[in-house]
Design a binder for this molecule. Structure first.
Ligand code: HEC
Ligand code: HEC
Ligand code: HEC
Ligand code: HEC
Ligand code: HEC
Ligand code: HEC
Ligand code: HEC
Ligand code: HEC
Ligand code: HEC
Ligand code: HEC
Length: 302
């Protein structure tokens, strides 16, 4: 009888020590230990993704993100609530966002989070889990349509801009927010994906890159002198109606020196004014506003 109890005690002690040792390493529980209670359609899709337990592509078991969560595993005293897991994700939880993010960055160092520190989102306390859904069958950020929806959920002005008559085709997923903005920050101004604003635009609009034989200085300098990035009530994402757009800088040139007005319209008395404001559009003649490679394209007309 006595030796039996002694063996049982030793066994219990062994279990406790081993358990504690594994726990100290942060992987105390197999995923099954968590899944006993969390076999839930909100949780299990993770088992089919890159964050599935060790048998799969990564060893990001439950505790890799949620922490060892020993208190959570303990049965709560009668009448009390179960303690939360060590790392509980989302905006409405007690875990500080820095701690949540650290759990992800633990594995995702390097290229992914290179520009994260000091980025708009990091500074504003936005969490990895505000954008990514670790348990969803498909992470919304990795699909351009659902990505745009998630971003405009917080950025109402961008949503409104993208609905203007002329816009980058974001609503149908052909262009995604992250094509221009590094969501984790980026090397360009304001976290753009390329080192400069123009490089960002020209990464897709390569035909306008130049260098041109005849440059138009504002196009070299900053595409946003004339364009809006998300959307505009004017055609071609223009920042202003033409010819005002051009006349902001070209009022006093040899033509046209009259602003668009009753007298400047075709059929009115001013001979050159009417012609040069024809169709309200300088581009009828100056078609190469981004620059020209034609030997006699100095006037950006061809
Ligand atoms: C004995 C059952 C049980 C086990 C085992 C268990 N949990 Fe839980 N867990 C719960 C219950 C019950 C809740 C809901 C608590 C509540 O809503 O207040 C919960 C909630 C959670 C939540 C959400 C907390 C929130 O804010 O809603 C997370 C995350 C979680 N558990 C992770 C884990 C992880 C990781 C493990 C394994 C290390 C684990 N759980 C093991 C019972 C368990
Ligand atoms: C890659 C990190 C990561 C891993 C691994 C992970 N989780 Fe989560 N868990 C999260 C994040 C982030 C959330 C917040 C909701 C979301 O993103 O889907 C969350 C939310 C939860 C919730 C709350 C779900 C809800 O919506 O109420 C539970 C419960 C949970 N996890 C349990 C688990 C269990 C059990 C495992 C292991 C099978 C696990 N988690 C593995 C990151 C992870
Ligand atoms: C234990 C390590 C580990 C942790 C912790 C971890 N990840 Fe991952 N994650 C991986 C691995 C491994 C992959 C698959 C390889 C890759 O894409 O780098 C991956 C892939 C991803 C992907 C790409 C998914 C895809 O389908 O291509 C995203 C997004 C991601 N993780 C976000 C997160 C977020 C958010 C967190 C925190 C809630 C997190 N990860 C925590 C290891 C981890
Ligand atoms: C503002 C939303 C947002 C936040 C916050 C965010 N991500 Fe992402 N993440 C994205 C988007 C969008 C992509 C897809 C990027 C692409 O298509 O170029 C992505 C891609 C990823 C990928 C897979 C591709 C890659 O670059 O490796 C990983 C891993 C990842 N994020 C991890 C994280 C981690 C870790 C954090 C927190 C430090 C985080 N993300 C915060 C939006 C976000
Ligand atoms: C959970 C809410 C949230 C989500 C989701 C989110 N953001 Fe943000 N974002 C913020 C906050 C907060 C700031 C900082 C305050 C501000 O400038 O509006 C910010 C700042 C920015 C800025 C800089 C704004 C400036 O004034 O210069 C850009 C660009 C941006 N986010 C793009 C994105 C993109 C792209 C996505 C999707 C991949 C995204 N955001 C998803 C909350 C969010
Ligand atoms: C074609 C490239 C491009 C796309 C696509 C794009 N942006 Fe922008 N975004 C920019 C540029 C360029 C700026 C202006 C940066 C500056 O002024 O320095 C900007 C500015 C912003 C700002 C700062 C405030 C503002 O409205 O001026 C936010 C927030 C923002 N973008 C969010 C988003 C979101 C959310 C999406 C997806 C719905 C998105 N952007 C898609 C290029 C883009
Ligand atoms: C990810 C690729 C991508 C990037 C980066 C990009 N664009 Fe675009 N842009 C497009 C696509 C796609 C269209 C639509 C073309 C079409 O419908 O045929 C477009 C259309 C346009 C149009 C014409 C819109 C119209 O209504 O005719 C303008 C102007 C424009 N982009 C300017 C810019 C500027 C300025 C930038 C930098 C802030 C930029 N683009 C960055 C892909 C991009
Ligand atoms: C001086 C003003 C101005 C600047 C600066 C400018 N654009 Fe334009 N852009 C225009 C005008 C005007 C149109 C409309 C042309 C038309 O309708 O005939 C246009 C049209 C476009 C289009 C639609 C397709 C096309 O080729 O006509 C794209 C794409 C475009 N611009 C991209 C850019 C990019 C990228 C930059 C920066 C490198 C830039 N623009 C700088 C005035 C400008
Ligand atoms: C931000 C100011 C600015 C805007 C807006 C602008 N331009 Fe220019 N433009 C310039 C500058 C600077 C030059 C170079 C003048 C020089 O070399 O003397 C130039 C040169 C030109 C030239 C060639 C002049 C020459 O000397 O041969 C033409 C044509 C022209 N612009 C047409 C336009 C048209 C059309 C628009 C409207 C789509 C426009 N510009 C918008 C600043 C601007
Ligand atoms: C009917 C055709 C036509 C229209 C419309 C037109 N232009 Fe011109 N513009 C010309 C021609 C032709 C030249 C001389 C080009 C050359 O030397 O190659 C010229 C020259 C210029 C020059 C260079 C002047 C210089 O000092 O050498 C500027 C700047 C200019 N136009 C701006 C504009 C602006 C701004 C508009 C719209 C308000 C406009 N043009 C509308 C035909 C036109």
């Amino acid at each position: 009888m006595r030796w039996q109890r002694a063996t049982a005690l030793v066994f219990a002690w062994l279990v406790a020590v081993c358990g504690a040792t594994i726990a100290a390493e942060g992987s105390a529980w197999s995923d099954d230990a968590c899944l006993v209670c969390h076999e839930d359609p909100k949780v299990t899709p993770i088992l089919a993704g890159p964050h599935a337990p060790s048998a799969h592509a990564s060893d990001a078991g439950c505790t890799a993100c949620h922490g060892p969560s020993e208190a959570h595993m303990r049965r709560p005293p009668r009448g009390e609530q179960r303690a939360a897991p060590d790392v509980d994700f989302g905006r409405r939880t007690a875990t500080p966002v820095e701690r949540q993010n650290a759990a992800c960055i633990d594995c995702h160092r390097g290229a992914t989070t290179l520009h994260w520190w000091g980025s708009h989102h990091e500074m504003a306390g936005v969490g990895c889990a505000d954008c990514h859904r670790a348990h969803a069958p498909r992470d919304p950020m990795l699909d351009s349509l659902t990505q745009v929806e998630t971003c405009v959920g917080c950025h109402a002005k961008a949503r409104a801009d993208a609905l203007k008559p002329s816009h980058h085709p974001m609503h149908d997923g052909r262009v995604a927010c992250a094509d221009c903005h590094g969501p984790h920050g980026g090397p360009g101004p304001g976290g753009l994906v390329e080192p400069t604003l123009n490089d960002t635009c020209l990464s897709c609009h390569a035909d306008l890159r130049g260098p041109f034989l005849w440059e138009h200085p504002p196009a070299r300098e900053d595409c946003l002198t004339c364009h809006r990035p998300h959307g505009s009530p004017h055609r071609a994402l223009l920042a202003q109606r033409t010819p005002w757009l051009c006349q902001q800088c070209h009022m006093a040139q040899f033509h046209p020196s009259t602003a668009l007005s009753g007298t400047g319209l075709p059929g009115a008395t001013l001979p050159s004014g009417s012609q040069n404001l024809m169709g309200r559009d300088c581009m009828n003649c100056h078609a190469k506003v981004h620059g020209s490679n034609h030997p006699s394209g100095a006037g950006l007309t061809r």
